[in-house]
Design a binder for this molecule. Structure first.
Ligand code: BTN
Length: 232
């Protein structure tokens, strides 16, 4: 089922409610505008009716709970590939234009029951025709001047999410490889909270592996800042 709404609070909230009611894998809602768009780490996602995509998809993957965070990374791989060949991913799942500005964000919300993953709502906000007025943000239109059909983008995102979810179930390493290939974070000197060092890899759960002067640390959530090396 795919529902299009001119306006809603949050498509993630809509799909979460459908998930609680037992809606099937692949159920999706997209909107022209959200009045209560949610971002990562408790932030707001500005969602004006300016020709962008606000999409949420219900996934019921056969994955152990510890591998569920991989869905966030997998969704970023899909969004970056749909955006175009030169788009990159900042860990865990910000999609960046070739100049490093953010063009899409992903919020994956997990529903867990008795220690097992029941379903995941993957929400994608893609700046198609307009970006928020921030130096760090851009839109597909700003990047190449091409007007895109939002419905085609929505269909490509849903198809991509369903395909990559089954790939994650069968061959998660292949998905990790696709993420590494699209990453703008690996090989960089980064700071995430109190952890600072070189981002050297992601582990099989999707955590960022950082080599610091105190040893190798794994980071499970947070915002990556690119920093200049003190000795550079
Ligand atoms: C981020 O902070 O980068 C993630 C933003 C995710 C926004 C999308 S828009 C569609 C879906 N509905 C929401 O309320 N949030 C997500």
């Amino acid at each position: 089922m795919l529902v299009h709404k001119p306006i809603t609070g949050s498509t993630n909230a809509d799909v979460g409610a459908l998930g609680r009611d037992g809606a099937p894998h692949g159920t999706a809602v997209w909107a022209d505008e959200q009045t209560d768009g949610r971002g990562r780490l408790g932030r707001t996602w500005e969602s004006p009716p300016t020709g962008n995509v606000y999409l949420s998809v219900l996934l019921r993957p056969a994955l152990p709970l510890e591998r569920a965070p991989l869905l966030c990374l997998a969704a970023a791989v899909v969004a970056a590939e749909v955006a175009g060949p030169h788009y990159r991913i900042k860990w865990p799942n910000d999609v960046q234009a070739p100049d490093g500005r953010k063009v899409a964000g992903i919020l994956a919300e997990l529903e867990v029951e008795r220690g097992a993953l029941r379903y995941v709502v993957v929400g994608i906000g893609l700046n198609v025709n307009a970006a928020p007025d921030l130096p760090s943000a851009t839109s597909l239109l700003d990047v190449d001047g091409v007007h895109r059909d939002r419905e085609e983008l929505v269909m490509a995102l849903i198809r991509g999410l369903l395909t990559i979810t089954s790939e994650l179930e069968r061959a998660p390493d292949a998905v990790l490889t696709r993420w590494r290939r699209a990453s703008s974070t690996l090989g960089k000197h980064v700071r995430i909270g109190s952890v600072e060092g070189e981002a050297i890899d992601i582990d099989p759960t999707g955590a960022l592996v950082v080599s610091t002067p105190h040893g190798v640390e794994r980071v499970f959530a947070g915002d990556v800042e690119m920093v200049r090396r003190h000795d550079a």
